[in-house]
Design a protein around this ligand. Structure first.
Ligand SMILES: Cc1cc2nc3c(=O)[nH]c(=O)nc-3n(C[C@H](O)[C@H](O)[C@H](O)COP(=O)(O)OP(=O)(O)OC[C@H]3O[C@@H](n4cnc5c(N)ncnc54)[C@H](O)[C@@H]3O)c2cc1C
Length: 477
């Protein structure tokens, strides 16, 4: 089957009827019409439509010859990597990078795992299972949510969740001829329940216990699988009032496995310490996820630069030196992220499977830079926008008897009151609304704890040349 269009995607999600709980209610009826999901589902559907209009966003399937999504492409050349980047950025432009979980994010991960299928192969054919999952996903444009993280009960060094009868962290409580039975919870599946499948992956920390060593993907409507939503941040469906939230609110969910049966043909890791310790390194999972994430972050930074400059122009504050300095700070951030992304492609190398891997060090540098850069850009929007970020009447106000007041008192140096309000509502939805607050938290944490990311960089980065250079200058005689 070729790459799908937006309505095929929506129809699939409508039919899923995954068990999703929101504000004390189980969702019934068509999820595509639900107030908390209709905006993001419409925006995702538009991504599939867009994919069909640009040649570089699809390629010929090696299996069927059909055109399939480039986010599933196994890159063999630097040009393929560039094509993957352009695809991500084309999609990211539609939301200013606000949709962290456009389908290409986890598609990159599934492509990486599927390309390294031999790493998982055993007498139960787990390697074949992940290979088939990748091929099935590619051929049908399947979308994934994913979960890595155990519930945040107790993060102290010695803590271990050892309650086998009533586990908190999802674990295997039984195996039988049909598959694994999983009980417990996982965090924090963004878009949980509104993607075709849920990919469940292991994370470090609990590997002393075999019941935590598993990886699989299951349909989101698997019996006894529950997604518990936080409060929605879309707030309303008015694009004027909530320009970002109304369209790109992705929702985050706690995932509960209430004795979920995972069929054996869906499992690609079970109780193998050797594989769990090497699967991410072997599959090059992180370089590909990072290449997608940084490509999106570059677009997001450019979008915020544009919003900052529009604020400067609209209320004419460009004459102040500190304003120029602040906008320049965003420019420097944008150019730095862009350069790191491009260096990762320049430094790309073919691996033993003939897959072209982007350079990891520039990508790790970028993902460690962004959790500090993004909150600073948000702060700059606050500092430039000031009370403008809060003097933002609604669409209904502009259609009411007070519209005359609004048009008079909210006019700007360049532009009328309505245009100015639209711009400041956009800046507010980036920086100040609940949607905006979640975006900042997302960029701090979605790729893991920034503290531990920096430690990984410290541990993995080769400093031999640097030390050699330093030593050469010690010998000054
Ligand atoms: C908006 C959002 C969306 C997300 N979406 C997803 C998703 O779709 N799928 C998914 O799997 N995950 C998702 N995550 C979760 C994300 O992966 C985690 O937030 C991240 O890995 C950090 O884990 P934690 O939140 O459990 O923080 P914790 O590990 O509980 O950290 C809390 C604090 O304790 C410190 N700390 C804890 N343990 C240690 C340690 N060993 N060493 C040093 N310091 C430590 C941390 O530095 C931090 O300051 C999302 C998170 C957010 C905020």
């Amino acid at each position: 089957m070729p790459a799908i269009n937006g309505s095929a995607f929506l129809e699939r999600i409508r039919q899923l009827q995954a068990e999703i709980w929101i504000d004390g209610q189980k969702i019934k009826g068509n999820i595509c019409d639900h107030y908390a999901f209709k905006g993001v589902l419409k925006s995702k559907a538009a991504l599939f439509d867009l994919q069909l209009t640009k040649d570089f966003m699809t390629y010929k399937s090696p299996l069927t010859g059909d055109r399939v999504g480039t986010s599933y492409l196994q890159p063999r050349t630097k040009e393929d990597l560039e094509k993957r980047r352009l695809t991500t950025q084309e999609w990211a432009k539609t939301s200013g990078g606000m949709m962290g979980r456009s389908p290409d994010y986890m598609n990159a991960g599934v492509m990486a795992l599927g390309s390294a299928w031999e790493c998982f192969e055993n007498k139960e054919h787990f390697g074949q299972n992940i290979k088939k999952l990748y091929e099935h996903a590619r051929e049908n444009d399947i979308t994934f949510a994913h979960t890595f993280v155990n519930p945040q009960v107790n993060r102290s060094i010695g803590y271990f969740d050892d309650d086998e009868a009533e586990p908190i962290s999802a674990r295997i409580v039984e195996t039988n001829s049909s598959g694994l039975i999983i009980k417990g919870a996982r965090l924090l599946a963004t878009q949980g329940g509104i993607t075709d499948e849920l990919l469940v992956l292991p994370i470090g920390g609990n590997f002393i216990e075999e019941s935590f060593i598993y990886a699989f993907s299951i349909p989101s409507n698997t019996p006894n699988l529950k997604f518990i939503c936080r409060e929605p941040f879309s707030c309303s469906n008015s694009v004027f009032d909530h320009p970002l939230g109304s369209r790109f609110e992705e929702m985050d969910t706690i995932v509960v496995f209430d004795n979920v049966l995972v069929p054996w043909d869906r499992v690609f890791l079970y109780n193998d310490y050797n594989i769990v310790n090497k699967m991410y390194e072997e599959s090059k999972f992180y370089p590909f996820l990072l290449h997608q994430a940084v490509a999106r972050q570059v677009i997001k930074t450019e979008f915020l630069l544009g919003v900052a400059q529009l604020i400067v122009n609209t209320i004419d504050i460009s004459g102040y030196q500190h304003v120029k300095e602040k906008v320049s700070e965003i420019i420097i951030g944008f150019e730095t992220m862009k350069a790191l992304l491009l260096v990762s492609e320049i430094e790309a190398k073919e691996d033993k499977r003939g897959i072209m891997l982007p350079g990891l060090n520039p990508l790790y540098t970028a993902i460690s830079t962004f959790p500090k850069l993004y909150p600073r850009i948000v702060e700059i929007l606050h500092l430039l926008g000031a009370s403008g970020l809060i003097s933002i009447p609604t669409e209904k106000d502009f259609n009411s008897d007070i519209k005359g007041d609004l048009h008079h008192y909210l006019q700007a140096a360049s532009g009328d009151a309505q245009m100015r309000t639209k711009l400041f509502r956009l800046a507010w939805d980036i920086s100040t609304s609940s949607f905006g607050g979640r975006q900042t938290l997302y960029e701090r944490f979605f790729f893991g704890d920034p503290v531990r990311l920096n430690t990984s960089l410290y541990n993995s980065y080769s400093r031999e040349n640097a030390i050699k250079l330093a030593k050469s200058l010690l010998d000054t005689e």
